[in-house]
Design a protein around this ligand. Structure first.
Ligand code: ADP
Ligand code: MG
Length: 383
């Protein structure tokens, strides 16, 4: 898949509308993790180097439901951008401006303050497009949404992918097209129903597929094991059985799990083999033997893709599996790609972000891309 790039645009002297994905985690108005902001800095720098007359950046944040909501203002983002770029980044009062001519970089207020954004309304797109001469899309995390700032702008202005979007697409395409072998995917997370489509698709590409997270209990149930009070999706058992059949011996499942009464700090934990999960307890992490197996599998691979935590990594009692996989990938020599979302957050938490080749800024979008779905935001940017 090839997208138009900045080289295809004549940026000098033009007002460039840059769609970024600044949908960062906030806690009481404080930015918890600014990875997505930092990831767009190279594109902003490139546009300035190419002498854009003004870079007007826009993004959504959270789900304000089509009306202004102070809890979702982009003000903290404008402050962080000002800090990171060392140049004042004023924030417009609304998603449609006004944008003063003075500042070289401007941030529009949260796009989702206007109902026209998510509805991809013609009038909203027209008015947004009128603020710029060119459109650059760097919002991989929003590429699976047919919203005004994603598709509406690309249809109205000469457009190209920014450096981040370009990298996201080239790395993920590489996984599907010609990964170095052996290729291992490790998938965890909460719900197997969310991940089954990507698991099936990955099986067309990978040499091995390792499973962790709450998902594994549906796999155990499919083999007839009791899973106690662990999260399990009974209506997915048949689909999981089919997947297990397709995967054959390429599938790696946990051999032990950490069980407890509840996933809370300070709780008593115990590691048990997967055929001995007590009825009154639930599994919240993979066990130590499983960690060793998965780290061995990582070492034996030339390409590793990881999405979804191995356990309830937010609680230290249950972060061992996720930590082991993150460390194994970080310390190993395989070409490594981590899907965004909670696995990206885990990597950040354990301090390994700089040790992997690519951490996707798009959780949902990276999975949909790997599933082979058409992402509406990419279509208008194709060469
Ligand atoms: P991602 O965002 O990386 O795709 P998911 O959103 O699918 O991952 O899942 C992440 C969540 O799954 C985390 O909040 C984690 O606490 C939870 N989780 C992982 N393993 C378990 C488990 N065994 N029991 C309950 N929740 C789990
Ligand atoms: Mg998630």
């Amino acid at each position: 898949m090839k997208l138009r790039t900045l080289d295809d645009l004549d940026v000098a002297g033009k007002r460039v509308l840059l769609r970024a994905d600044f949908n960062v985690p906030l806690n009481d108005g404080e930015i918890v993790d600014d990875m997505r902001i930092r990831a767009t800095l190279p594109t902003i720098a490139a546009l300035r180097e190419r002498r854009a007359s003004q870079v007007i950046v826009c993004s959504h944040l959270g789900r304000p439901k089509g009306k202004p909501d102070p809890a979702y203002t982009l003000a903290p983002i404008a402050d962080r951008l000002t800090e990171l770029l060392n140049v004042a980044v004023p924030l417009a009062e609304t998603p449609l401006g006004p944008v003063g001519p003075g500042a070289p970089i401007f941030l529009l207020e949260n796009l989702r303050f206007d109902p026209g954004e998510e509805a991809n309304e013609r009038e909203f797109s027209d008015r947004l497009a009128s603020l710029g001469d060119l459109y650059v899309d760097d919002a991989f995390g929003a590429a699976h949404r047919a919203h005004a700032s994603v598709v509406g702008l690309a249809e109205r202005l000469p457009s190209a992918a920014g450096l981040l979007l370009q990298k996201e697409v080239s790395v993920l395409s590489h996984l599907l097209e010609d990964p170095a072998r052996s290729f291992l995917a490790i998938v965890g997370g909460a719900k197997v129903s969310d991940k089954l489509p990507v698991l099936s698709k990955l099986l067309e590409h990978v040499d091995r597929l390792a499973i962790g997270g709450a998902m594994c209990f549906t796999f155990f149930a499919a083999q007839g094991f009791g899973v106690g009070r662990s999260l399990m999706e009974p209506d997915q058992v048949d689909a999981v059985r089919t997947l297990m059949h397709t995967a054959g011996d390429r599938l790696l499942l946990p051999v032990d799990v950490v069980v407890a009464e509840k996933p809370e700090p300070g709780v008593v934990t115990r590691t048990v083999p997967i055929d001995a999960i007590p009825e009154d307890l639930a599994g919240y992490d993979v066990g130590s033997q499983t960690c060793r197996n998965y780290v061995d599998a990582i070492r034996a691979s030339a390409t590793v893709f990881w999405n979804g935590p191995m356990g309830v990594f937010e609680v230290s009692e249950f972060d061992g599996g996720t930590r082991a996989v993150a460390a194994g990938i970080a310390k190993g020599s395989a070409f490594s790609v981590v899907g965004g979302g909670d696995s990206g957050a885990a990597l950040e938490k354990f301090g390994y972000v700089d040790e992997v080749d690519h951490v996707s800024t798009g959780g949902g979008a990276s999975l949909e891309f790997l599933e082979g779905k058409t992402l509406p935001g990419l279509v208008p940017l194709l060469v």
